[in-house]
Design a protein around this ligand. Structure first.
Ligand code: ZN
Length: 157
């Protein structure tokens, strides 16, 4: 019987708007280590999630970057990428409000089955699973022009 145990650390938009990115990342690291030790959890990469205004959860990763931080957001299963980018920090080290709004807008659209194409940044329907390459989703045009071949090569090469 395949019953798995998956602890999650959950943040909301209000954590992003309310605290500097360095503090958020530090807090995540502290809690990740404490949770791992307390639960004897075997994976190092404890799942961080962001919750939208409707209670939906999305996988969320903050990585320290050469010049700051990089964020990637996927659906809860981690199979479809919704947003990624280098964090734009304001003068106090907070993620910029414009960027937070952009991320929240992507989440809202994703729950309405729309996602930006990883090739051209145009909106596309997320329900067509045939235009996926790893966690990236492509519009019809980009898929036919470029990524279909790549995916076929990867699968059968
Ligand atoms: Zn495209």
């Amino acid at each position: 019987m395949d019953i798995v145990f998956e602890p999650k650390l959950i943040i909301s938009k209000f954590i992003l708007t309310g605290f500097p990115m360095e503090q958020i990342y530090g807090e995540y690291e502290t809690r990740r280590k404490a949770t791992k030790a307390a639960l004897d959890y075997r994976w190092d990469n404890l799942m961080l999630c962001i919750q939208d205004a409707y209670g939906h959860l999305y996988s969320f990763m903050i990585s320290p970057d050469r010049d700051g931080y990089f964020i990637t957001v996927w659906d809860i299963t981690g199979t479809r990428q919704i947003w990624k980018g280098a964090v734009v920090l304001d003068e106090n080290g907070y993620m910029s409000n414009e960027q937070i709004d952009e991320v929240m807008d992507r989440l809202r659209n994703f729950s309405d089955n729309r996602v930006k194409c990883s090739g051209c940044d145009e909106w596309t329907d997320v329900r067509d699973n045939s235009r996926r390459f790893y966690a990236s989703i492509y519009c019809e045009k980009c898929w036919e022009k470029r990524y279909k071949k790549k995916a076929e090569k990867e699968n059968y090469g």
